[in-house]
Write a protein that binds this ligand. Structure first.
Ligand code: BGC
Length: 744
């Protein structure tokens, strides 16, 4: 049976086959004419008004309304967008202020950070990426989009498509991990999920590719820190997920807080005007990050907000989120001849274009429907979807003696750990309107699935981050009474996310010691690891009998984990990011370069190595076990050589050799052996997730063409160079079979 290979989908979007932005449809031409008319009637103040975005009362737990000083500006039509105002009733109220008072009656666009769900919270994006399941990821964004739209909001500040190779960076949780190819496919899936088939539908929202660009490359992983990378690395590693988001039709972009080669991204005309708007022909609008225009003063490239506003507007930043630089200075900047009216018109055109595409001019209240809100938000179907995506995101890292899955009629289970019964931690960061009270904990999930005769014992054991060991004894005591121990440890939910960089990425507090005490009992212990980033866990990896990477799975955490623990679902996740041995290895990623002195054996000395730690991560990119086992046949190539116009077929037979039906993610990597510039040791170029029944063998076929072999060559042209290559196919980035071929 032939498989659909994501590679082809990506090649299509990369090549522009899905490019929705270049050719204007009839509908688009009509929109442009309407915008011409509006622009001809608007005052300069009203135009600048469209470029301002403010936050409502940001007490996320209560109804989100305008701050008093914003009311007057709203009435005058001097605000184009609000963020953090949610709920069908609240958004209608605020929209009315504009529609019933302002001269031009241009509807507001409401934005909100719906990062992994609106109220039905899905796994953190990094965790969800471990599913390598593009359909599931798209479906998750679709649910989030429907709930958001039903709550009066038109626009999410997601997906975050920043590639991240430094687990100290707290925002690694918001992205798709370390790899550009996987990250690009996931970016497309998320954009499609949020935006659905048509933005005019009343259950779709506009997506926002953020943060443009290279925010994930912050020095030392410290949030907001300086980024200094080569243009080649920028283009090859960091920009691709943004490019494919444009080609998939993403409506908006957000720029990033960081500088890049000395120029803050918010005022970076090379990034926004040249690359995004000119080269990529992006037709949507660009919003600054929160206050980032004003922050150019701190960066030291602008004396004050007047100068900062000047830099941002001329670099192509269309909307000012919360820095007041545009509101307070743009009019004067135009009067002073620093910012042209043409620049203002272009920015406003882009903003209005998205408002038209959303259908807001037809019905500014189209999302304000309390009945739909009640029906859609946290519906049973949405919760079921969240449970399914959550279990698909779990990665089995270790399973000595096949401890897992365990039988649901085991006599006694001890559930232990500070994360075993903590509702608030399950949602992690960026919880939108998610309510911790709705979250199912591990203890609750386990209790719901065990047999009527099973005894479930519980002890917290210790806190997440303090030094107390006084409750160890109670935990050890219940472990001794149990047939199996489930131990939930890791980070607190709020240790990752924005402004949550960590210098040490170990398991905090005394939790590893608690694990040690429990292992000493000799009981089988299943460790559930919860974390918003890869953690340094060499000791745990060596000593835990069984280890499941559970990330933070959201509302349905406990149910999804119980499904995996009891074998209702056979884990199929694969790591989208490497787990470093220690902080000293960072950045550690599978597609590194070879260097002039690669380490080939443990006895080599003058080679690229550490004196005290291995070069390899504890768990590599692409790694993840199943309750069953798979065997791979040797790779077959359709030819040993291909021409520049040819395609090469690569196939492999994968057999389920174990005792459970299971899904496997078959991964294809390519290495260009000699290039005009150095090339990575291997790069992911395709994968296929497929279900293989016990004893069954399936053939998996990949097809590659020269576009998959292309890179930024010595003269910075993007092309493939003739020469020798290796194709690797396997179960993880470090466990593959290989075969050579030549590009002629
Ligand atoms: C974050 C953005 C977010 C914005 C609005 C900023 O601090 O960097 O990712 O969308 O706030 O909440």
């Amino acid at each position: 049976m032939k498989k659909i290979i994501p590679l082809l989908i990506l090649a299509a979007v990369m090549s522009g086959a899905c490019n929705k932005s270049t050719n204007l449809s009839e509908d688009d031409s009509a929109i442009e004419k309407k915008i011409d008319k509006l622009l001809s009637e608007m005052t300069l103040e009203e135009k600048i008004g469209q470029m301002n975005q403010y936050s409502g009362n940001s007490a996320i737990t209560g109804p989100l309304k305008a701050r008093p000083e914003q009311i007057e500006d709203l009435k005058k039509g001097w605000i184009g967008s609000m963020l953090n105002v949610v709920g069908a009733t609240n958004t209608r109220e605020m929209q009315k202020l504009v529609m019933e008072n302002s001269r031009m009656k241009i509807p507001l666009i409401f934005g909100f950070d719906v990062i992994h769900g609106y109220k039905t919270i899905f796994p953190i994006p990094l965790g969800e990426s471990a599913s390598w399941d593009l359909e599931a990821i798209e479906a998750s964004a679709r649910v989030a989009g429907s709930e958001t739209a039903a709550s009066g909001v038109h626009w999410t500040f997601a997906p975050m498509v920043d590639i991240a190779r430094d687990a100290r960076w707290g925002r690694i949780m918001e992205g798709a991990g370390e790899d550009t190819y996987l990250g690009s496919l996931i970016a497309v899936a998320r954009v499609k999920g949020f935006q659905g088939k048509d933005l005019k539908d009343n259950n779709t929202i506009v997506a926002c590719a953020k943060h443009f660009a290279a925010y994930g490359a912050a020095e030392a992983g410290r949030d907001y820190n300086t980024v200094d990378i080569s243009d080649r690395v920028l283009k090859e590693t960091y920009l691709k997920p943004f490019k494919v988001a444009v080609d998939a039709g993403v409506g908006t972009f957000m720029n990033s807080f960081n500088e890049l080669d000395g120029v803050p991204a918010t005022g970076n005309g090379y990034l926004v005007n040249s690359i995004l708007k000119k080269d990529w022909d992006f037709k949507g609008f660009v919003v600054s990050d929160w206050g980032s225009i004003g922050e150019m003063v701190n960066h030291g490239v602008a004396k004050d907000k007047y100068e900062a506003g000047n830099l941002a507007a001329n670099a192509g930043n269309d909307m000012d989120m919360e820095s007041n630089s545009y509101r307070d200075h743009l009019l004067q900047l135009v009067k002073d001849g620093k910012v042209s009216e043409k620049t203002i018109d272009e920015a406003v055109r882009r903003i209005l274009r998205i408002k038209f595409k959303l259908g807001l001019f037809d019905d500014p209240y189209k999302y304000c429907n309390e009945e739909l809100e009640k029906k859609e938000v946290m519906s049973e179907a949405n919760l079921n979807m969240a449970r399914d995506v959550s279990r698909k995101s779990i990665v089995l890292l270790k399973n000595n003696n096949q401890i897992l899955p365990i039988s649901s009629d085991v006599k006694t289970i001890a559930v232990i750990g500070p994360l075993a019964d903590s509702k608030k931690d399950m949602l992690c960061n960026w919880t939108a309107m998610g309510d911790p009270n709705d979250a199912v904990t591990v203890l609750e999930g386990i209790k719901a699935q065990v047999s009527a005769t099973t005894k479930v014992l519980y002890a917290k054991g210790c806190n997440i981050a303090d030094d107390s060991v006084t409750n160890f004894a109670q935990a050890v005591n219940i472990a001794k009474q149990a047939d199996i121990v489930i131990l939930a440890i890791g980070e607190a939910g709020n240790m990752s996310g924005e402004a949550h960089s960590r210098g040490n990425i170990n398991i905090p507090g005394r939790q590893e010691e608690l694990a040690k005490e429990l292992f000493k009992t000799g009981k089988p212990v299943v460790v559930l690891l919860m974390n918003g980033r890869p953690l340094t866990i060499p000791w745990l990896a060596a000593n835990a009998p069984a280890l499941l990477e559970c990330w933070f799975l959201g509302t349905q955490s406990g149910n999804a984990i119980a499904d995996v623990v009891f074998g209702k679902y056979n884990p199929s996740g694969k790591l989208p990011v490497s787990f470093p041995y220690s902080v000293g290895q960072i950045p550690v990623y599978y597609n590194h370069k070879n260097t002039g002195r690669p380490k080939l054996s443990d006895t080599d000395f003058y080679v690229s190595r550490f004196e005290d730690i291995p070069n390899e991560p504890v768990f590599p990119f692409g790694y993840g076990l199943s309750y069953t086992t798979f065997s791979y046949s040797d790779i077959t190539l359709s030819d040993t050589a291909m021409g520049m116009q040819d395609t090469l077929a690569i196939s492999v037979q994968v057999k389920n050799t174990g005792k459970f039906d299971g899904e496997e993610v078959v991964q294809l990597y390519i290495q260009d052996l000699v290039g005009s510039v150095t090339r990575p040791v291997k790069e992911l170029k395709g994968f296929k997730k497929l279900m293989i029944k016990v004893g069954e063998t399936q053939e998996v076929k990949f097809k590659i063409s020269t576009s998959d072999l292309a890179f930024y060559t010595k003269d910075m042209s993007f092309k493939a160079e003739p020469g020798d290559f290796k194709a690797y196919v396997g179960t993880s980035s470090s466990d593959c079979k290989e075969k050579r071929f030549t590009l002629k």
